[in-house]
Design a protein around this ligand. Structure first.
Ligand code: GUN
Ligand code: ZN
Length: 438
């Protein structure tokens, strides 16, 4: 592999930004050079090609090269249950989710779905996911195994739940702590993999289990933490009944020591003022999951309010509550939710939330989320003119903002030409990529 060069229109956010509308870098005719698994150089093609004349050049002229997308909240066992009709959160979990997750007790089945799941990420341009597995330790093993075979930066965790779900899906405070610790020891920082302690949500973990997971978080200060927060009104009322001594939903997690930088809370739609303030103090992030929030009828996330409170926000599909693996489509759904809230989400803002903004929230901006030299070579090639309609749409408007916006409305995996992970092509639209091949 060694050194490779890519010619394309290059777009990324090199720094942390409060104003992504301005802070992007766009090189219309650019060159990106990778050496082994890292980015070595980015710049103008014409001014720099002389230094790389002996290097293998991949010519993607006229196409866009972006950092690989980061999907900050999704469920691997729910891959097969996208688009299940009719319910809101709590019934949807009972009727669809739990029966499907039961199948993951079988590690062969889990391996089979892990292969499909990772391929779906790649064909949609996603190079990092923050992923919930099922309650079964061996399913998390299968997922990590598959991600490691592509040298991906995947963050994942075994779901912990010891009550209010079927017996056949329950762990215990002790087994949740022990199994999670075993998985951390085996997978966290094994290659590029990272672990997230994963209590499903407050209703399915007893106080004893949350306490055990808080202890684990203290024992492993650099692991990630993920759970769900304030998604649905019935869920919130239930949490108040189950934890009457806590000030609010967020305070349940706070009390057990589960909020810190690197904690990602899915949804956060119906927050009280005190919760916004506390989130700001802890620097925990919110995963904004627009297609899921619309599909499950959960509500409209207030992006403007989150940003007023300087809370790191990331975009996420929440597959299978979400209805697509496409982060581009997810950005389009986020725009529509902001419209319903009376705000316009700038397309560069949307792109930031699924690349550099997510990396910064996770503290991973030296590895992923941008195209700075020294970071890992995770990137995606997009053809804005991927069909007749998009070709027509782009005939006259081609500012970077306009391209990203129209892609967020019109595109899906059809626009993804190639996805590179750690310098290797893991997906090419016109080829079946074999593992380990260039
Ligand atoms: N809350 C608890 N579990 C889940 C889940 O699997 N999906 C979503 N969207 N919300 C949840
Ligand atoms: Zn979720």
């Amino acid at each position: 592999m060694t050194t490779q060069a890519y010619r394309a229109s290059i777009l990324h956010f090199p720094t942390q930004s409060n104003s992504p509308k301005q802070d992007y870098v766009y090189i219309e005719d650019g060159i990106l050079v990778t050496r082994n698994s890292k980015i070595e150089f980015i710049g103008e093609y014409n001014n720099n090609i002389n230094q790389y004349l002996n290097v293998n050049l991949h010519d993607y002229s006229g196409q866009l090269l972006l950092p690989g997308f980061i999907d900050s909240h999704l469920h691997f066992p729910q891959t097969e249950m996208l688009a299940s009709f009719g319910e809101q959160l709590l019934d949807w979990l009972t009727d669809y989710t739990f029966p499907v997750e039961r199948k993951f007790a079988d590690s062969q089945y889990a391996s089979h779905i892990a292969k499909i799941f990772i391929k779906q990420l790649h064909r949609h341009g996603t190079t990092t996911g923050m992923v919930y597995s099922s309650v079964h330790k061996q399913a998390a093993d299968a997922l990590f195994q598959e991600a490691s075979s592509y040298n991906m930066l995947l963050i994942a965790g075994k779901v912990c739940m010891d009550r209010h779900c079927p017996d056949w899906l329950q762990d215990t405070p002790k087994s949740a702590q022990q199994d999670s610790a075993d998985l951390i020891d085996k997978w966290h920082n094994n290659g590029r993999l990272k672990y997230a302690i994963t209590p499903r949500f407050a209703p399915t973990s007893s106080a004893k289990q949350l306490h055990a997971l808080g202890e684990l978080a203290q024992q492993y200060p650099d692991v990630f933490i993920q759970t769900h927060l304030s998604e649905n009104h019935n869920e919130i009322a239930w949490v108040k009944e189950l934890f009457p001594e806590r000030k609010n939903y967020l305070d349940v997690y706070d009390h057990y020591g589960l909020l810190r930088k690197g904690t990602v809370l899915g949804h956060g739609i119906h927050l009280e003022q005190a919760e916004w303030q506390r989130l700001q103090e802890t620097q925990a992030s919110i995963a904004f999951c627009p297609s899921s929030n619309l599909f499950l009828g959960s509500g409209l996330f207030d992006l403007a309010k989150a940003e007023q409170h300087h809370i790191p926000v990331m975009l996420a599909t929440d597959v299978g509550g979400g209805t697509s693996f496409s982060m581009l489509k997810t950005m389009g759904e986020a725009y529509k939710i902001c419209q319903l809230k009376g705000n316009q989400m700038d397309p560069m803002h949307g792109l930031y939330l699924m690349t550099q903004g997510a990396a910064v929230g996770l503290g991973l901006e030296n590895e992923i989320g941008n195209l700075n030299p020294g970071t890992d070579a995770d990137f995606v090639i997009i053809n804005p003119e991927f069909d007749e309609l998009s070709a027509l749409r782009f005939e006259s408007h081609r500012t970077p903002q306009d391209i990203i916006f129209a892609l967020s409305m019109l595109a899906d995996d059809r626009a993804i030409m190639a996805t590179y992970v750690a310098g290797k092509a893991v997906y090419q639209a016109d080829k079946q990529i074999l593992k380990g091949s260039q």
